[in-house]
Design a protein around this ligand. Structure first.
Ligand code: KG4
Ligand code: ZN
Length: 339
């Protein structure tokens, strides 16, 4: 039987709706919220207001792009958490109302699981090289940095996590120090591609297990810039590309070190990337090169599934639907990660 799933994502500052036919993508519409740019970070109250404005047009556009009517849908999936509560409330209330109105099954989805399961979306007629279990997943976003051992679709074990900032935050905070707008990660990537990554060196965190730390790196970057600005007011503008490349090199170095350690410790040499930072070109290249050299199987997600999107919510909803794991309207959103 063919299943049409509508996915709704509203956990942070992107309002997104997607339609899947089984595991195949028909539409994935994302409305980014520009309103946060000038504040240097997401302002929760503004995010919820923008979701409220965006949600109806985004869902409507996704269904039009998919060429379907709401009466054709079989199931509705939404992000229950983790995320900003005010943002989650908009998407979850909308999904619950729609499922009640249309008499459709409702499925709650964990945002982090969804980032990982985005690897099982089929984008076009070519069946991709789906990961085989078990595999490791480095989930790197603005809110999370963790390594999961994925033994099955819904059997995931957290084996390492950040003890302070997330990798995306490290990118965004470095960008902010350089005077770049939020979210700065993509800009650090863009300017870094034109710079010399060995020009400036930053200290590596000394964390023994599979956990990560980025706050020391951020602080040393801040002091480094502050000290240079004392003697050269143009230090940032005249070195922007090299500063971005060097900071990016340091962050990617931390991530690569832990990936290698996780593979050695678990004996699982299949590694997938997920989350917003997996769009980073230096990280993608470093992992592909290292994977080639070491004989690892590497899964790099298509760009549209790296940052927050509803296609990943829809695939997770579809996989849950297949195993009869439905939700009730009583389930309320949660802000903290359950992993
Ligand atoms: O997964 P995501 O969209 O949202 C969260 O769940 O956090 O990730 C957003 C994060 C931001 O910190 C953003 O700066 C970062 O991903 N990001 C990047 C790149 N594209 C997005 N960081 C580095 N390089 C990129 N190309
Ligand atoms: Zn995310």
């Amino acid at each position: 039987m063919n299943i049409l799933t509508l996915g709704i994502e509203s956990s942070c500052d992107d309002t997104s709706a997607a339609v899947l036919l089984n595991n195949k993508l028909l539409a994935n519409v994302i409305a980014n919220q520009k309103v946060h740019e000038k504040y240097g970070g997401v302002v929760p109250e503004l995010a919820s207001r923008a979701h409220q404005q965006n949600i109806i047009p985004v869902v409507d556009t996704a269904m039009k792009e998919a060429g379907i009517d709401k009466k054709d849908l079989n199931v509705i999936a939404y992000t229950r958490g983790p995320g900003l509560l005010g943002s989650l409330l908009i998407g979850s209330t909308f999904a619950k109302t729609m499922s009640l109105g249309l008499g459709l099954p409702l499925i709650e989805v964990d945002h982090l699981q969804a980032h990982i399961l985005s690897h099982f979306i089929q984008k076009d007629d070519i069946v991709p090289d789906f990961p085989t279990f078990p595999f490791l997943c480095l989930l790197v976003s603005g809110g999370h940095t963790q390594i999961m051992q994925v033994n099955d679709y819904f059997e995931m074990k957290l084996i390492g996590k950040t003890i302070d900032d997330a990798a995306g935050e490290a990118f965004d905070k470095a960008a902010k120090i350089l005077g770049l707008p939020y979210p700065g990660g993509p800009l650090v990537d863009k300017y870094g591609a034109m710079g010399d990554s060995k020009r400036f060196g930053f200290p590596k965190p000394q964390i023994k297990n599979l956990d990560f730390s980025f706050s020391g790196l951020k602080t040393s970057f801040l002091y480094f810039i502050r000290d240079h600005l004392k003697t050269d007011a143009d230090f940032i503008t005249s070195n922007l590309n090299d500063l971005c490349a060097s900071m990016q090199f340091a962050i990617v170095g931390v991530l690569m070190h832990k990936i290698e350690k996780a593979i050695n410790e678990t004996g699982v040499n299949k590694i997938a990337l997920a989350g917003g930072v997996s769009a980073n070109s230096a990280l993608r290249k470093a992992l592909l090169d290292k994977g080639n050299q070491m004989g690892w199987k590497v899964y790099i997600p298509p760009f549209e599934f790296t940052t927050d999107n509803a296609a990943m919510i829809a695939i997770t909803g579809y996989l849950k639907f297949e195993k009869g794991d439905y939700s009730t309207i009583e389930q309320s959103p949660y802000s903290n990660s359950k992993f």
